[in-house]
Design a protein around this ligand. Structure first.
Ligand code: ADP
Ligand code: MG
Ligand code: MG
Length: 226
């Protein structure tokens, strides 16, 4: 089945770290216009936790990189902290699907536990289900689900459409869908989270969580392409 490169976990997480740090101010501005303004700080806090882990305890496998990322987010307040934390925990679990056979030390061989692209797609879907279970948001409520849902659908459709489609091509399709959907949240009114308190004032403003989730998909694509 279609693979992801051995360095996928590291490249994905380090690319996302750069993307989050670069976008934190803009994401904070969006949350200020249609929310309570703390999302930029929440992103920065998560990345500070991640940096601390990377400095003290360098990950050596897909699962360890994703675990550092999910632990970093679980240490953050706001709605996004636990939701991204549980989402990335589901992505980390995909690293258990391979390379953890009997007697096999997880991560003993670099890249040994990297999921296939199909397993990664399943993990994204599991993460979406977790976010929706706890956050109770539906597609269209102007949340991170609005960009994640079409990304998962596009990824699966690309993988199912043609056995020759590569992992990177499929992730490009997912990225396109996520970016377009995040942009389209500007046309919707928030029904979840702090942004729902401002009602129609959220009209015209892109949902920062949806934009952040598009960065996740885009970083996965970059990580697979590296
Ligand atoms: P808070 O609303 O607690 O201030 P943050 O500012 O940390 O949370 O995160 C805001 C983002 O979280 C929103 O842009 C939205 O995408 C996402 N979000 C808020 N509530 C939910 C929910 N119930 N389900 C999914 N995502 C949500
Ligand atoms: Mg907020
Ligand atoms: Mg808040």
């Amino acid at each position: 089945s279609r693979t992801l490169p051995a360095g996928f976990g590291r490249a994905f997480v380090l690319t996302l770290r750069e993307a989050f740090e670069g976008a934190a101010d803009d994401l904070g501005d969006l949350d200020r216009r249609a929310g309570d303004g703390d999302f930029g700080t929440n992103v920065r806090t998560a990345m500070k936790h991640l940096d601390a882990t990377l400095e003290t305890d360098l990950p050596s496998s897909y699962r360890e990189y994703l675990t550092a990322l999910y632990m970093a987010w679980l240490g953050v307040g706001g709605t996004s902290g636990p939701l991204f934390g549980m989402f990335f925990r589901d992505l980390a679990k995909a690293g258990e699907a391979r390379g953890d056979g009997p007697g096999e030390e997880p991560g003993s061989e670099a890249g040994a536990d990297v999921p296939t692209i199909a397993q990664f797609a399943d993990a994204l879907a599991a993460g979406q289900a977790t976010i929706q279970k706890y956050g109770e948001a539906e597609v269209g409520d102007k949340t991170m689900i609005d960009s994640l849902d079409p990304a998962v659908a596009a990824l699966r459709a690309a993988l199912e459409a043609d056995a020759e489609t590569t992992s990177v091509e499929a992730l490009f399709a997912a990225e396109d869908a996520a970016v377009q959907a995040a942009t389209a949240t500007a046309q919707t009114t928030a029904r979840r989270g702090r942004a729902s308190y401002v009602g129609d004032a959220s009209q015209g403003v892109i949902d920062p969580g949806a934009a952040a989730m598009a960065l996740v998909i885009s970083s996965a694509r970059a990580g697979a392409d590296g």
